[in-house]
Design a protein around this ligand. Structure first.
Ligand SMILES: *[C@@H]1O[C@H](CO)[C@@H](O)[C@H](O)[C@H]1NC(C)=O
Ligand SMILES: *[C@@H]1O[C@H](CO)[C@@H](O)[C@H](O)[C@H]1NC(C)=O
Ligand SMILES: *[C@@H]1O[C@H](CO)[C@@H](O)[C@H](O)[C@H]1NC(C)=O
Length: 690
């Protein structure tokens, strides 16, 4: 059976639906539901490796690392209950007829027995230039109901969340309360044992969760065991307004936090109910930066709000405004993507925005923000330089200042003497503790990270004209450039960012990065008035790029191509670092002949679902393919993008968009899963070029 038929079969089995849903613009491997930060990051598994084909009802939403995040919904129409969210027992599921996504929204349309239609929208706002809104770790669920058959129907709507959101340890004791403020009612719950700046199974061990809706006469609520609360709604359509007095573990008679809204008699005009779900933390990240001890950085929302409840009620009441801002972003991404490379490209870019921003934690203050990045599934490293690097196209496209905020923790750590090596550091430790490596024992990717840091710093400065920034960091940038002078032309046996592919000497693509890094350092020197350095780095870069062409290109092959490593004539790989040359506008540096050579070559080695990363394996990476596409002819670019867009629709992978997959089968490579990672920001490569 082909992938497509496997998936379709699973979809029908999983949905128990009479009719299949449409999926537009594609059926992604997992659907983002509430994806706003590393700790508010829940999805619906779709692909046939374990998902249900993309049907909201009958499947529990999952945290990216695959714990269930209990989120359940029922609707009662003329006295009969139906399940529309999650997989609680006790009712038939609604028929899903449509699913669609944009950059910030996932929308489902449900047919309930031919009587009413539900329009269910999950909105996780992304406001890259509005830090107040971006700092809020909250997400919306908007449910509209209207009659389908011309008649009016008696409707009650129910939704709950479980305590699973608040702890990765199901034995942790949870405390809760029910309150109201500013026209909003909310269930508040948190771990009794707050262990700040620590995690269990990737979920935070600290912070308070809020599940809210509008304070209305027709609302009832209950906190209690899942079967009691859901059972009450299914039977009566109303909850008793009581809270269980017995604080207990997440999995001890599963406490859930329920809301029921009596919508009354629903006719053809839509009746909407808005919920929000999110969390607040005070201290967010520990960083070894200034001083000799770890400093706790506050979550950024505190710079704008006096209390968590102020933040939560602001978020609830801000829906109309932030929905508009989100639509603006959706529309901008759509029109730019369509203009750049058409619908296949938009299918990919619009799936990548929430995933990328969902890996970011905003901290510090309004006047001095720091943004921390979690590598997510590959491991939980914080501030990994070669994970920020692939993501920069989306960052530069939406707000270049964010790159400053992302690099700041790396500079604070290294410029304050906490890293002994002369090369740039690989990462700062394990999220949420950014201790760095005072002994210099980080994962060794020296050439990779020296090149990445210098390229990123210049890309930021070019877009903001912030030459003071370059002057401020000049000494350490020059130190890293010195490393490139010594090591970039003949790369020692080492790993690149693609560490899973193994180590190798003389990697052509890695050498190219280092050499472009030197060319970038020449411009940094020039912009800061260091003219002698500018000449010296510029001359070295020019000499190296000429020699590199002799070492790394197999011009005798038919067709000619860059090799994976110098002299290994039959080898090849994605020469994605060429993109850095374009990103920095170095039109006269790497010759156009190299671009043409690779552009002509890629289609000749493409497999069914993409161009392999290199000759060692059949797997590939979506971020690097898009970097390569952005340096190719229109024809090659569209071929690559077409393969990736097709793969998104048919892949059996079932977790948040993996960037690493087998280009021959479309599935995960053995044992390796790179899901939900912020490197999806690299899909914006076409839109970040100057
Ligand atoms: C669903 O609701 C959203 C927002 O309220 C609206 O933009 C969209 O057109 C609706 N879709 C359908 C199919 O009703
Ligand atoms: C609330 O309930 C009353 C009585 O059942 C009904 O008349 C009214 O329309 C309802 N209000 C809303 C907002 O649904
Ligand atoms: C790396 O390439 C250079 C230049 O071709 C060559 O002299 C050197 O022997 C190579 N090193 C290894 C380990 O292959």
């Amino acid at each position: 059976m082909g992938l497509r038929s496997v998936l379709a079969g699973v979809a029908l089995l999983g949905s128990l639906a009479d009719a299949a849903s449409s999926f537009s613009p594609a059926r992604p491997p997992a659907i983002p539901l509430a994806v706003k930060s590393p700790y508010l990051n829940s999805w619906l598994n779709v692909g046939s490796d374990g998902g249900n084909g993309g049907y909201l009802a009958g499947e529990w939403p999952k945290f990216w690392s695959q714990q269930n995040t209990g989120w359940a919904g029922f609707i009662r129409v003329d006295g009969k209950a139906y399940n529309w969210l999650g997989a609680p027992p006790g009712a038939d599921v609604v028929d899903q007829t449509e699913f669609s996504y944009t950059s910030t929204r996932s929308t489902f349309v449900m047919n309930v027995d031919g009587k009413v239609e539900m329009n269910i929208t999950f909105l996780s706002p992304v406001t890259p230039s509005d830090l107040k809104r971006q700092s809020l770790v909250f997400s919306y669920l908007d449910v509209g109901v209207h009659s389908l058959d011309g008649a009016s129907h008696d409707v009650q709507l129910y939704a709950d969340v479980s305590a699973e959101w608040a702890s990765g340890d199901l034995n942790a004791i949870i405390e809760w309360d029910y309150k109201s403020a500013d026209g909003v009612v909310y269930h508040q719950f948190e771990r009794q044992n707050q262990a700040a700046i620590s995690e269990t199974n990737q979920q935070a061990n600290w912070g308070t969760w809020y599940w809210s809706t509008k304070d209305e006469d027709n609302l009832s609520w209950q906190i209690g065991a899942d079967t009691d609360v859901r059972g009450a709604f299914i039977d009566k359509g109303v909850l008793p307004n009581t809270k269980d007095a017995n604080f207990r573990a997440v999995q001890d008679r599963w406490p859930v936090f329920g809301f029921a809204s009596d919508l009354g008699s629903v006719g053809s005009s839509t009746v909407s109910t808005l919920y929000t779900l999110g969390m607040t933390q005070e201290g967010a990240i520990n960083l070894l930066g200034e001083g000799s001890d770890l400093t706790t950085y506050p979550a950024l929302w505190q710079s704008y709000f006096d209390s968590a409840v102020d933040a939560l009620t602001f978020f609830y009441n801000d829906y109309d405004e932030v929905a508009k801002l989100s639509t603006d972003l959706d529309n901008t991404v759509a029109s730019d993507s369509l203009a750049a490379a058409g619908q296949n490209y938009l299918t990919l870019t619009s799936l990548s925005v929430r995933q990328t921003f969902g890996a970011l934690q905003f901290t510090g203050t309004d006047s001095d923000p720091l943004v921390f990045l979690k590598e997510i599934s590959s491991n939980s490293d914080i501030q990994t330089v070669d994970v920020i690097f692939p993501a920069i196209p989306l960052i530069l496209y939406t707000n270049p200042s964010l790159l400053d905020y992302l690099l700041k923790p790396l500079f604070l750590n290294q410029e304050n003497g906490h890293y002994p090596n002369t090369n740039a550091i690989h990462d700062l430790g394990t999220f949420p503790v950014a201790r760095g490596y005072p002994k210099g024992d980080d994962e060794l990717m020296p050439l990779e990270e020296c090149g990445n840091m210098i390229i990123m710093v210049l890309a930021y400065a070019q877009r903001t004209d912030d030459d003071d920034y370059l002057a401020q960091h000049y000494p350490i940038l020059k130190q890293w450039a010195g490393y490139l002078v010594d090591e970039a032309l003949i790369p020692a046996d080492q790993i690149s960012t693609d560490d899973f592919a193994g180590s190798l000497a003389n990697q052509t693509n890695l050498g190219l990065k280092g050499i472009i890094g030197l060319r970038a350092m020449a411009e940094i020197s020039e912009r800061t008035g260091n003219d002698d350095d500018a000449k010296s780095f510029g001359d070295t870069a020019t000499s190296y790029i000429e020699q590199w062409q002799g070492f790394g290109l197999n011009t005798a092959a038919n067709p000619p191509h860059a090799t994976l490593s110098y002299g290994d004539d039959d080898s090849h790989g994605l020469l994605y670092n060429l993109y850095a040359n374009s990103l920095l506008g170095f039109d006269d540096f790497v010759p156009k002949s190299v671009y043409d050579m690779q552009s002509n070559f890629y289609p000749t080695v493409a497999l069914k679902y993409g161009v392999p990363l290199d000759t060692r394996h059949t797997y590939t990476k979506t971020d690097w393919m898009l970097w390569a596409a952005a340096t190719s002819s229109q024809e090659t670019r569209d071929t690559i993008i077409g393969l990736v867009a097709d793969w998104i629709n048919v892949t059996p992978t079932n977790k948040p968009l993996t960037d690493l997959y087998d280009a021959a089968t479309g599935d995960y490579p053995g044992g390796l899963q790179f899901t939900a990672r912020p490197v999806a920001g690299g899909h914006f490569a076409l839109l970040a070029l100057p």
